[in-house]
Write a protein that binds this ligand. Sequence first.
Ligand SMILES: Cc1cc2nc3c(=O)[nH]c(=O)nc-3n(C[C@H](O)[C@H](O)[C@H](O)COP(=O)(O)OP(=O)(O)OC[C@H]3O[C@@H](n4cnc5c(N)ncnc54)[C@H](O)[C@@H]3O)c2cc1C
Length: 468
Amino acid sequence: MNLWNIKKEDIKNINFINNTDILIVGGGITGLLCAYNLCNKYKVTIIDKDNISNGITSNTTAKISYIQKNVYSNIYKYHNILTAKSYLDSQIDGTNILLNIIKKHNIDCELENVNSYLFACTKKGLQTLEEEKDCLEKLGIKCFKSKLPINFPSLDSFYVKDTYTIHPLKFTYSILNIIKDKVNILENTNLIKIRKSSDRYLVKTNKGIIIAKKVIITTNYPYFIKPFFIPLKTYVLKEFVVTGEYNIDKHFSAINVEEDSKSIRFYKDNIIYTSNSNRISNYSKVQVAYQKCINDFKEYFSIEPKFLWSNQDVCTHDGIPYIKKKDNLYVITGFNGWGLTNSAITSKVVSDLINKVDNKYIKLFCKDRVCMHYIYFILTNMFYNIKGYISGYLYKNKIIYSKNIKGMKCNVYEDKKGLHIVNSKCPHMKCNLIFNEEEQTWDCPCHGSRFDIDGNPLIGPSNISIKV
Ligand SMILES: Cc1cc2nc3c(=O)[nH]c(=O)nc-3n(C[C@H](O)[C@H](O)[C@H](O)COP(=O)(O)OP(=O)(O)OC[C@H]3O[C@@H](n4cnc5c(N)ncnc54)[C@H](O)[C@@H]3O)c2cc1C
């Protein structure tokens, strides 16, 4: 359970739909916004393996901000100033799309206009902070030098205006209410496989086959490897969130420039602190990361944690998401922890592609954006994937034991409810799974798939149960 926990209205149970113009796979913020853009013109169906908006979006910290660590100076370094400008414009447009939807439908999602701080905690970070400020100013953004308005061990900081915070589920559930009479919404419907047959897609789900003219994959991380080779071009970042009661006169949001993220925002009388970000392949003991997060929280803010949870997102080499298109199959992924502005803008780009309307961001999101750093990133990714594979292989846990069942190596865990027996390998790319004692899940250290204790898929890329 996290701070956002509110009840969603039940969606009218509709009969299984087996024919649609556009099938959207994934009912997180991205899938919902795609449906919102397209539902007045096409017959649209959303499927979600779970309930709507119960994935990564339900665990976000929901800052709507174009300040995203040192993304602009990085894009400038890896590409050029025009690409940095294009990404900045896309984030401002993404913000405006969200604000316009909120205003048009009078959505009560606790929208707050806050200043966004960027800060440095280390000497090395000070230079990065300066570079990011220079780059933002070159791009026409006014940056205000100022200390963080809270007692926190930062060395320097500045802030920008016109950034926001919301309650994420109040926003997504409102979108669901707006579209629910125009869109077929099928919850607990897991996509298993897609096959192209002449000009249609045959989409196999646990409930039956759906025939669609176009398919948009918004599952956060697509389950398939080919044709876009997403596992090579991205990695999964895991982060830990702690909240506690904290009174402050004026809310703000803040994030540091260093790789290990520390981010702050407020919601009513609560502070929300995110830290301990790392590649998924670097966690073999989630308990250690949780404990560090709690210790930091107590030390910095001198308050007791109230809610504690973890979340993950897909990252690209340059901080810019990917939209991949092949024939009538579209994939949106790689939000780098900035999925609010990015879901708004990428869902608009995909809708424009489908409507055959020009969009100035097609080039930004749809290309592979090859540069020296891209090659380095792919090699590093391969290294970490191998590291994840080996760490899963070497992983030893006293409470788990292995057993061969019909020639298949299985993991066995026993608790008060009895034995939980699952396949020891992730169906996605056969990495060895690790048991996450803290959250009682089986986690893949290579690409971030997670399964519940009985082997049901929780988070992709894998969409297949590992139950035995
Ligand atoms: C700790 C943390 C804090 C963050 N804070 C911020 C922030 O402050 N601001 C910001 O902009 N971004 C933030 N982000 C990022 C943002 O939350 C995500 O990028 C965004 O929510 C992703 O939305 P999504 O729609 O792509 O994915 P999801 O919300 O995960 O939606 C995907 C949906 O697809 C469904 N699905 C998956 N596989 C299948 C399948 N096989 N069949 C059918 N359905 C399937 C899932 O059930 C899920 O509902 C944060 C991320 C993290 C990790």
